[in-house]
Write a protein that binds this ligand. Structure first.
Ligand code: NAD
Ligand code: DAU
Length: 331
């Protein structure tokens, strides 16, 4: 099987490529523009005969048509993925998340290739802290940020291309991922690398905001399950029942790293900051028999801390620039 993975040099895409090459016979072609978020090193351990790397843009129609035409399936991870960047400069989010997805869908329409679209729970907006409801496949779209609005728009394009043009597509909306190879702009690796670099961790606002954490390997196994067994035209929510407040996650990181649990700074809140995400993944679990493997968040977090400790070369060069961006925003 030949699988085209867009964004395969990013956090979740590279975890998925490792998952495929470790556990299946598939040959993988990665299409990645190597933006600030892409890192070729994240794929360095994969043998040459299992992987072809193509440096290019998902909005390049000719390139995308050629690669899609040679694949049995396309899994589309490539995106501008960071909310704070979308507040500072939304344009690349429109270009990649909307035009890039449109370009892939046109290629899928022409070639008939199986298409799986990677999306996020953020398309549903946010929940109150005490709301007993969680997001499921019937929740109405209500995105808050430029990032989540472009992801919501891309999901709607996929639905329209499935219905109007018969694209053989599926969509998954996943909650917050953690694990190795995540860019240090994101919450968990930012705080881990702050401690490793001798900087104080930074918590937005009160830190009461809740995210629903899932290990990136569990996201990969869910996507592989949907690719093999999902029903065409369907959406599946992916989550591992991992709700925690940011304050609790940060205190746990500090404790696991041998620091006082309150050794952090409160900084400016994110404008429009979503309060809580929570996923009900019953459909994926009952219809397709998927279950997460990483059920112990503390153990998964400890392993992630070890990974950043042992891979300083992977992140060190980006630390100063990442922190300069935040400090200019009072964060
Ligand atoms: P990331 O920012 O770590 O990686 C994105 C990758 O896409 C990078 O390798 C980048 O170089 C590449 N890319 C960006 N623009 C491109 C373009 N125009 N053409 C080709 N490649 C391009 O992102 P991530 O956190 O790994 O997220 C991957 C996908 O998963 C995204 O679609 C995101 O919306 C979705 N998602 C992320 C999370 C999360 O917790 N990180 C949760 C749910 C869904
Ligand atoms: O829910 C899925 C989404 O999860 C994905 O679609 C996004 O691509 C991914 O980036 C992530 O979005 P969040 O905005 O939830 O993730 P982030 O790591 O940026 O922030 C997590 C929480 O931590 C959020 O409430 C903001 C807060 N935060 C973040 C940073 C960077 C802090 O308190 N301090 C920080 O330094």
């Amino acid at each position: 099987m030949e699988i085209l993975v867009t964004g395969g040099a990013g956090f979740i895409g590279s975890n998925f490529v490792h998952y495929l090459t470790d556990r299946t016979d598939a040959h993988v072609t990665v299409l990645d523009a190597l933006t600030y978020a892409g890192n070729r090193e994240s794929l360095a351990a994969i043998p040459d005969h299992r992987l072809t790397f193509v440096h290019g843009d998902v909005a390049d129609a000719g390139l995308v048509a050629e690669l899609a035409g040679a694949a049995d399936a396309v899994v589309h991870f490539a995106a501008e993925s960071h909310n704070d960047n979308s507040l500072a400069n939304p344009r690349p989010f429109v270009d990649t998340n909307l035009i890039g997805t449109f370009t892939l869908l046109e290629a899928a329409r022409r070639t008939g290739v199986r298409y799986h679209h990677i999306s996020t729970d953020e398309v549903y907006g946010d929940l109150e802290l005490n709301d007993p409801q969680r997001f499921d496949e019937s929740t109405a779209y209500n995105p808050s940020s430029p990032y989540s609005a472009t992801k919501a728009g891309s999901d709607l394009l996929v639905r329209a291309w499935i219905r109007s043009f018969g694209v053989a597509g599926t969509i998954s909306n996943c909650s917050n991922n953690y694990g190795p190879y995540q860019h240090i702009e994101k919450f968990i690796p930012r705080q881990i690398t702050n401690v490793l670099a001798g900087l104080r961790p930074k918590l937005y606002g009160s830190g009461a905001n809740v995210r629903d954490w899932i290990h990136a390997e569990d996201h990969s196994s869910a996507v592989w399950t949907i690719l093999q067994h999902g029903r065409i035209g369907e959406t599946y929510l992916i989550g591992a029942d991992g709700e925690r407040s940011n304050r609790d996650v940060l205190s746990l990181i500090l404790t696991l790293m041998g620091e006082a649990p309150d050794a952090f700074d409160h900084v400016a809140d994110r404008p429009g900051h979503d309060l809580r995400y929570a996923i009900d993944s019953t459909k994926l679990r009952t219809e397709l028999g998927w279950a997460p493997r990483y059920r112990d968040f503390e153990a998964g977090l400890a392993a992630t801390i070890d990974w950043y400790r042992q891979h300083e070369r992977w992140w060190r060069d980006t630390k100063a620039k990442t922190e300069a961006f935040y400090s200019a925003r009072g964060q």
